[in-house]
Ligand binder design. Structure first.
Ligand code: OXD
Ligand code: MN
Length: 595
């Protein structure tokens, strides 16, 4: 039980509100883990997997209408609509509390209410934030135990007077028409009702560590970002760290756990994973930017994870993991499309229906066994490439920030910004084709600034301003880059192999931060010369490399129009510096023609 009176009062108030049968305080012990797992198995919320194949691991199927983040039901509830900005859905706080309250009220009847004290970041680090999540989902409670640091130690850290984010989650009836994911930045509170999907229900992740944290970060002078953090160790043992922001389901987890490709083996690189999804960045006493991973686990997309795309992830999920919405074989093993080994002959799919390889629907279309956004939840400590510094309270110093989009055309493999403000412009204009991690039409192009569009807890115009301000305050700023692994040739084939070979681009990036690496200055920034990257062992024709680093003026003129249309959505609120960057790019494109 908590010493914190505010916490005690809040929990009793919510118990009256939700009317659960009992209240269970999560202490974080091993005994508790086993008890919860046994309960979840007997209530059929979890299936215990084959203990030889998947020791300590479980399977979960979510409601078929509840398999991805519901962006259209996600709101920022601040007093003034303009403070939420065009990038967010907005609801007045009173209305939010009322609407969600009506759904919550009495909805925990017949269920347990779990109270989960959790820390984002190592317990006790001055940079960590404490939250307490209330939930009536045992699946959520078990996932939170993997994704965050939970329990008595957190309560001790919170003490009698500590502040915490109040996170209320209730499954209610999992009805999409009675689902709301609400953020109250002024109250440091989150109310999520009607969903059991990770991104909507594990409130420490997107809700606290990005939406609420981005709001706090602006007030407190730091950055909360949708970024992986990785370290690259060279032959001499020197490690440099980079962060990278990509839209959901664009391979952040794969990049964070990258294995050096054959062709670069002789160079003796080693990659260290610090985080795969979220970075909190602060200015260190040495004037550099330092990044820490607030999470304790990985909540990764399963389909596509295999021994080629990500052997480290496969090793990480060998044990003590939870698999959601993938294929479950009759002998208790999991499988997914583009995964490892042949599909099981006797299995059930993510919807719980009998499934076998080659199954077709009434229209003759193949039936996927796993949902494209099927997930694994696994402890970060089990990752073979986990950095020895991943839990350093102050984080790791950053040499480069990388923004990435998913574009078939236009954006070259890599661009180095001209300076910090231009880098902010590059990040602010990132565009991507939609993936399966959010509801909506797959493939549609959308602007996704800094990969934060669904996660910035306030007006994005103010967020760009905050980035520009940070640039003034960092004495030794990292360089900013933009990458695009997804460029295709005229026939729809990817030009770049991706996966481990992305290290070749990281190598160039680090060379550039160290004042080396061959580049040509183009209107859009520095781009590698066609011979700048080490592509040994790749067997790549010169024309392919030329295509990858090509900057086509016509494409960029159209692109520029897209930037303008996007910037216009922010009206007067957009910093003049962003327009200045826009016009400078226009001028550079014009003078390139003249030249
Ligand atoms: C995620 C996401 O789950 O970005 O990380 O959707
Ligand atoms: Mn993410």
């Amino acid at each position: 039980m908590a010493k914190n009176l505010e916490l005690q009062a809040w929990v009793s108030e919510l118990a009256k509100f939700g009317q659960p049968d009992r209240v269970v305080w999560i202490d974080g012990s091993q005994e508790e883990k086993e008890r919860l797992e046994a309960e979840a198995v007997s209530s059929k919320e979890l299936t215990r997997l084959n203990p030889q194949e998947h020791p300590g691991s479980f399977y979960h199927r979510s409601d078929p209408n509840d398999v991805a983040r519901s962006e259209h039901l996600t709101y920022i509830c601040c007093k003034r609509k303009e403070d939420a900005g065009p990038n967010n859905n907005w609801m007045a706080p009173e209305e939010g509390y009322r609407k969600a309250g009506e759904i919550f009220s009495g909805s925990m009847k017949g269920r347990a209410m779990y109270v989960i004290p959790f820390s984002m970041g190592v317990i006790g680090s001055p940079f960590s934030k404490i939250g307490v999540q209330i939930t009536d989902s045992i699946y959520v409670a078990l996932n939170m135990r993997i994704m965050t640091r939970v329990g008595t130690k957190v309560l001790e850290q919170l003490g009698a007077n500590g502040k915490f984010t109040k996170c209320l989650h209730g499954k209610a009836d999992l009805n999409v028409n009675r689902r709301l994911i609400l953020h109250f930045p002024d109250d440091n509170a989150i109310w999520s009702v009607g969903s059991g999907y990770g991104g909507n229900a594990l409130l420490g992740k997107k809700c606290l560590s990005l939406r609420i944290a981005s709001f706090l970060a602006r007030q407190e002078g730091w950055l909360a970002e949708h970024m992986l953090i990785l370290g690259i160790e060279d032959k001499k043992g020197k490690v440099e760290y980079v962060t990278a922001a990509f839209p959901s389901a664009c391979g952040k987890t794969n990049l964070a756990m990258l294995i050096p490709p054959e062709g670069l083996k002789a160079k003796g690189y080693k990659i260290w994973t610090v985080g795969d999804d979220i970075a909190w960045l602060r200015i260190g006493p040495d004037g550099r930017l330092w990044a820490m991973n607030p999470e304790a686990g990985f909540f990764g997309v399963a389909p596509g994870t295999n021994s080629k795309s990500n052997p480290n992830a496969l090793a990480t999920i060998k044990k003590n993991s939870i698999f959601t919405n993938v294929v479950l074989s009759d002998d208790g093993k999991v499988w997914w499309e583009d995964g490892e080994g042949p599909a099981p002959e006797k299995a059930t799919d993510w919807r719980g229906k009998p499934w076998k390889p080659g199954l077709k629907d009434a229209q003759g279309k193949p039936v996927l066994g796993a949902h494209p956004n099927g997930r694994f939840t696994a402890p970060a400590s089990q990752c073979p490439s986990i950095s020895p510094h991943w839990e350093d309270p102050q984080g790791v110093p950053i040499s480069a920030i990388i923004f990435g989009g998913r574009r078939e055309r236009v954006a070259p493999l890599v661009i180095e910004s001209l300076d910090w403000n231009h880098g902010v412009y590059l990040g602010a204009t990132v565009a991507s084709e939609r993936t399966a991690a959010q509801d909506g039409k797959i493939g549609e192009l959308r602007r996704d600034p800094m990969a934060m569009l669904p996660f910035c807890g306030y007006n994005m115009a103010d967020y760009f301003r905050h980035w520009l301000e940070m640039g003034k305050r960092i004495p030794k700023p990292p360089k900013i880059f933009h990458v695009n692994w997804f460029r295709k040739d005229g026939k729809g084939k990817f030009l770049w192999p991706g996966f481990g070979d992305n290290l070749r681009v990281l190598e160039w990036i680090l060379a550039r931060t160290g004042g080396q690496g061959k580049a040509r200055k183009t209107p859009i920034g520095y781009v590698p010369t066609a011979d700048a990257l080490d592509i040994s062992g790749l067997n790549m024709p010169t024309e392919t490399m030329q295509k990858l680093v090509e900057v086509r003026r016509e494409d960029w003129e159209t692109e520029l129009e897209g930037h303008k249309t996007y910037f216009d959505t922010f009206g007067q609120r957009l910093s003049p510096e962003m327009w200045k960057q826009h016009h400078a790019l226009k001028d550079r494109l014009k003078s390139a023609v003249a030249a």
